[in-house]
Design a protein around this ligand. Structure first.
Ligand SMILES: O=C(O)C(=O)C[C@]1(C(=O)O)C=C[C@@H](O)C=C1
Length: 98
């Protein structure tokens, strides 16, 4: 559906802003993955577990408070993204099945 040129101009400009914001969100998420990975590696290398469920509930609460509808799904995905990288030290030596 076409809109008047003036309106299209506003939409294009706001989309540029959305693109900038998305790029920052992606960058922040990549940074978060790295920092979370450091914490998990430290804990696992000293005999702890990969996850800390109490801490996850604190993290999740922030997303739920900010976004009552989507917060649980959003926070859960962020945590999943951050948990999926570091292999557990006990699993590192098992060769991959071919
Ligand atoms: O804070 C920690 O202890 C972390 O390991 C980081 C983090 C997170 O990404 O926020 C990841 C895994 C844990 O289950 C809890 C939280």
């Amino acid at each position: 559906m076409s809109v008047p040129d003036k309106v299209q101009g506003v939409i294009d400009a706001r989309r540029e802003r959305v693109d900038e914001l998305d790029a920052r969100i992606v960058e922040l998420l990549q940074l978060r993955v790295k920092v979370s990975e450091e914490i998990q590696r430290k804990r696992m290398n000293s005999g702890g577990t990969r996850s800390d469920l109490f801490r996850e509930s604190v993290v999740l609460r922030r997303y739920q408070d900010a976004f009552p509808e989507a917060g649980t799904a959003l926070g859960t995905e962020v945590l999943r993204l951050c948990r999926s990288k570091t292999p557990h030290p006990k699993l590192q030596h098992i060769p991959k099945d071919r």
